[in-house]
Ligand binder design. Sequence first.
Ligand code: ADP
Ligand code: MG
Length: 611
Amino acid sequence: MGKIIGIDLGTTNSAAAVWENGESHLIPNAFGDYLTPSVVSMDRDGTVYVGRIAKERLVTHPADTASVFKRFMGTEKIYSLAGKKYHPEELSALVLKRLKEDAERYLGEEVTEAIISVPAYFNDLARNATKNAGELAGFHVERIINEPSAAALYYQCRSQMEDAVMLVFDFGGGTLDVSLVECFDNIVEILAVSGDNHLGGSDFDQLIADMFWKSCGLLRNRFSAEDAAIVLERAEKCKFELTVQDAAQMCVTLAGREYQMEISRKELIREAEPLFERMAQPIRHVLSDGQKSAREVDAVVLVGGSCKMPVVQKYLNYLLQRTDIAVVSPDYMIALGAGVYAGIKERDEDIKDMLLTDICPFSLGVPQYNKADPNRDLCDVMIERNMALPVSREIVMTTVHDRQTRMRFEIYQGEAMYAEDNLPLGSITIPVPAGPEGKEKVRVRYTYDINGILVVDVQVISTGREKQLVIRNDKIKLSEEELKKRLEQLNKLKIHPRDLEENRLVLARAERLHRETTGRIRELLEERVQYFNDYLGRQDRLSINKARKQLNLFLDYVEERCLQGTTLGRTADGFPEWYESSRQAANAGEQEDYRKEEQKYERWRGGHLTS
Ligand code: ADP
Ligand code: MG
C-alpha cells in the first residue's frame, strides 16, 4: 500500500500534508513552497502550467489561464483554454496531479490515496466532482472531509485541548466560511455552518485597486484588461505590505506614465467598513444556529490567508470581545488537519482515533401540493440543513385528489421555497387504493448518512405496502469507461520536466514585469532575458542555476523599485546600488556569486553589442 496524503484543495491556493513520526507535516512543492496557487494555464502546444507560473500568466495570458474554478465544482461551467474545453473538475484534477507528483518526489515513494477537504456547504454534486477530480489525478479517494473539521482536528491535536467548542473562521481569497465545531469524546462534530460565498481577500484587492484608480483620477474602463490586471496584482502586494506595516505605497506605470498612491491601515479600515460588516453576519448566524453564546466558545480558530491581515484580527477581537485570538499559520491549518486525518486513516498508533461526523449541508425535502398555485409545488423540508448525520426523519403525506391511484415523491436538495428551484435527486412512486381526497396516507422516511447515501422508505398505511429508494449519487459519479476516457485526455497533456519549471517561472515573472515597465528598464529586462535564454541553450545545469539566481535578483530589484515608485529607468542601471544597499546582509559567498555573474553578464553584453 502506498502513502496517504491530506490535501486542502483551495479556491486560491492548495496545500498537501502527510502524517509522519507522530505529526502532520506540510509537503513542499518543486519550488520549496508549501502553497501551490490553484491556477492552471495552457499553451497552444499543449503545455500545462500549474501553480506559480500559471499565476504569473494570469497577467500575461489571461485568456488561456483559469483560476477560482473551485467555485464552479459540480456545475456545467466550461473553461476554454488554448482552444480546448475543460470542466472545473478537470482543472482541479491538474492541480491535484501536480500535488501528487510533488509529494511523490518529496517522499520518495508512491502516493496512492488522498483525503481531500471541501467546504462544509458543498452539495453532493460539488463533493462528487471533487472526488472525481481526485480520481482523475490518479488518487484513490475514499473520504472527503469538511474543511472546518480538518482545521478543528489540527487545532485540537496541536493545542492538546480535550473537549472544546471552536469557532472556525476561514477567510480565504474569495470566500468566508464560518463554522461552529465541537470536539467531544473523540468526536469532531460540526454544529453549524454559515458564510459568504463572495467575500474574501480579493475584495480587499479590488477595494485598494478602486482607491488607486480614484485617487489617481483615472477611469478604469479606459484601460485594457491587462492594465487592470496589473493594477489588481499591485493592489494585492500593497495589501501584503499593510499586513506588516502601517502604511504602504502603490505605484503603477500605465500607458508609459507613472501613477502613485499612498495608503495607510486606517484608510483601509475606513474604506473597508462594508466588508467588515459582512464578516459579522455569518458569525452571528452560526452562534444562533448552534445555540451557543460567544462566551461558550472555547477557541477561535483562524484559518485562511486573509486572517493574516491585522485589521481582520482586530475586528474579530472587537466583535467577539476577546483577547485570546491568535493566528498561527492560518494558511496551512486545513492541509495539516487533512494530514492528521491521513494518520488516523493509516491507523497510526501515535494518534487517537477521532470520528469526524458530518452535517447535512443542505436541506432535503419533498414537494408538497400547493393549493394557491397547483403548478408550483412547495418544498417540504424533511431533513434540515445543519443537522448532524446520520439522521432519520419521518412524515405522513396524504392523497390530494379524488380517485388518486398512486403517489409520487420527488426528492430535492436545497433551500428554495419551491420544489422546482432545488436540485432533484430522484423519485419514487407507490400505488394507493383509489378513494376520496385525503383518505390514503403514506409514511415517508428519509435516512441520510455520512457518505452521502440517502435512503427513502415509503409505506402506504392502509395496505402496508412498502417501497424503498436508495440515492447513491451514481448518476453524478463517472462511469469506469468515462473515467478512463477522461484520464487519457488528461494524460495527453504535456507536462514539462521538473528541472525546467524554475526556469519557466523566472521567465514568466520577467514577462509579467516587462508588461509593467517602460523605457530603459524594459530594455534592460529584455537584455537580461535574452542573456538567460542564451544560457538555457547551453544546457549546463550549474551555470543555468547561477544565471537564474541572478535574473531573479534583478527582477527583485525591478519589482521593488517599481513598487516604491522611484523615478526608475531614467538614470538606468541602478541594480548595483540596489544590491549594495539591500543585500548587505548577504553572506560573502553570495556576494561573490553576484559579482561574478555581473561580470559574466557585462562580458556577454559587450560581445553582444559589438558583434
Ligand atoms: P483559499 O482558501 O481561497 O484558497 P487562502 O487561504 O490561501 O485561500 O487565502 C488566500 C488569500 O489570502 C488571498 O486573497 C491573499 O491575498 C490573502 N493573503 C495571503 N497572505 C496574506 C498576507 N500576508 N496579508 C494579507 N493577505 C494575505
Ligand atoms: Mg481555504
